[in-house]
Write a protein that binds this ligand. Sequence first.
Ligand SMILES: Nc1ncnc2c1ncn2[C@@H]1O[C@H](COP(=O)(O)OP(=O)(O)O)[C@@H](O)[C@H]1O
Ligand SMILES: [Mg+2]
Length: 258
Amino acid sequence: MSKIISIHSFRGGTGKSNLTANLAVAVASYGKRVGIVDTDIQSPGIHVIFGLDEDSFIYSLNDYLWERCGIEKTAYEVTQNLKAADGESVSLSGTVYLVPSSIKAGEIAKILREGFDVGLLNDGFQNLIAQLDLDYLFIDTHPGLNEETLLSIAVSDAAVIILRPDRQDFLGTAVTLEVAQRLDVPNLMLVVNKVPQSFEPAAVIEQVESRYGVTVAGLFQENEEMLQLASSGIFWLHHPEHPFSQEVHKVAQHLVRC
Ligand SMILES: Nc1ncnc2c1ncn2[C@@H]1O[C@H](COP(=O)(O)OP(=O)(O)O)[C@@H](O)[C@H]1O
Ligand SMILES: [Mg+2]
């Protein structure tokens, strides 16, 4: 049985794309076939973390949504792009595919101007799972609540909502959680990212769990190494012993169990 896992946050810059990429590669390292779809059409970015640039892909999610091609044409295998800190390729027992969103200004503007058929997006998820024989499909969504985010929450087997310990995130997360609960997502969890080193992690988890009544599946501290990596690779492959990487695997294992 394949599973759809969507990763959300109410606001941008929470670390959604980096966490999606790290979790997806962690799950693939357990021998799984994993797909990732960048549905953040308005501000795409996860392709950068996998070393894909604008010239290295012909078709994007946009082409599929404009019915120019089938969804399978938009999926690129990125397993061979995965590198460790020394620049050496990493061999993974599973496989990772990425469906990027277009980074061309004209194409982003066209989607914003004309919109697209959200139903087509759902068909695309299902076809991608079937055609690539995926065990897991990760969806990196646009921050906030829009139509495609609501759709991806609704069709997910698990939804991960990322927040920072910040008042604006706290308020927005309450709204996102309420919507996800109404949509009856089976496995709803919170992840706290960018927690300042000076904060006591246990106290932050306690505060968040008691506020929302939802499990905190992982807590990630703000760290210098992540800032230095600057979205140029998969953090846990670069720093396998780092506490951030251990937490990535904790959340990834939680996801494959649920
Ligand atoms: N725990 C962390 N510590 C330090 N920097 C982080 C951490 N998590 C993410 N970042 C940085 O925050 C920025 C935004 O991350 P990104 O994954 O693009 O967020 P989003 O997709 O939510 O907009 C990136 O520069 C990333 O390197
Ligand atoms: Mg992003």
